[in-house]
Design a protein around this ligand. Structure first.
Ligand SMILES: [Ca+2]
Ligand SMILES: [Ca+2]
Length: 275
């Protein structure tokens, strides 16, 4: 298949999968945009039961939404959330499906144990979308993604232009999730041996042309899209947080240093998406 046909078919598939919003964007050329999966870090005070947080939580220019007040942030705020279609009662809630942070079991250096997340998180159900409108241009969005299902879909926009969309398939193809939570039931894509995928996903721009100001989180088809601890980084140009030289100069505190050591020292999943 030549590249122009491949590009066309990718666009057609994207349009089919992501619905009306993506159809508008699919007429624009897709651009490079990247992601990595990591473990994330424990809560700001070392909490294990709040899900995973971004390794860039304390980086200057980063704002984090933890949903712990039980509400969707709306109105005149940095990141304003709204449901564009809420036929299936998507909401901020707390239950056993909350995304998890995993730590090593005592005495075992190999086995990651998921710690139940007792906090409120955002759940999006079949056919529903959450639109996040940003007050400024971002070059990074991080998210604790848990109880993964096929059809969990992220779309990144600048205005009405779709820059890139990602789904569970992209994570699976890049090597899978950071841990699979045996305390959840459920199967399907994003699960392994009946345990569902959890981890911290980092999506980021690699140039000025990829800065974004709107994110759409959609559940295409059955299942739920469970996320917590959304981190937004304002910036111009590509996100440099994963550049070891920049990170070593910018790291503000020991907790973040540990997190970054985890990123650079541990296995990292990466897949460049280009069309
Ligand atoms: Ca939370
Ligand atoms: Ca799910």
């Amino acid at each position: 298949m030549n590249s122009s046909i491949q590009m066309l078919s990718t666009k057609v598939l994207s349009a089919l999968a992501f619905g009306a919003i993506a159809v508008i964007g699919a007429t624009n050329p897709a651009q490079a945009f990247d992601f990595k999966m990591t473990s994330g870090i424990a809560g700001p005070n070392g909490e294990l039961n709040q899900g995973a947080f971004s390794e860039f939580y304390a980086l200057e220019g980063t704002t984090t939404v933890d949903f712990n007040d039980g509400k969707l942030p709306t109105g005149d705020v940095f990141a304003s959330y709204s449901f564009s279609n809420n036929s299936n009662k998507s909401s901020v809630r707390a239950n056993k499906w909350a995304p998890t942070y995993a730590s090593l079991e005592a005495g075992d250096s190999d086995v990651l144990q998921a710690n139940k997340n007792d906090s409120n998180y955002l759940a999006v159900f079949k056919g529903n979308d959450v639109v996040i409108d940003l007050a400024e241009d971002l070059n990074y969005f991080g998210i604790n993604w848990g109880a993964a299902h096929s059809g969990n879909t992220y779309s990144f926009f600048k205005g009405d232009t779709l820059l890139q969309a990602f789904s569970t398939t992209d994570i699976e193809e890049a090597g899978g999730f950071q841990h699979y939570n045996t305390k959840h039931g459920g199967r399907g894509m994003g699960s392994k041996d009946g345990a569902q995928g959890n981890g911290y996903a980092h999506f980021y721009a690699e140039s000025d042309a990829e800065l974004f100001d709107r994110i759409v989180i959609s559940q295409v088809g059955g299942g739920g899209f469970e996320t917590d601890n959304h981190s937004f980084h304002v910036g111009s140009g590509g996100f440099t947080g994963f550049n070891p030289e920049v990170s070593s100069q910018a790291v503000p505190e020991p907790g973040m240093m540990l997190g970054l050591m985890g990123i650079f020292g541990g296995a990292m999943l990466k897949r460049k998406k280009q069309a």
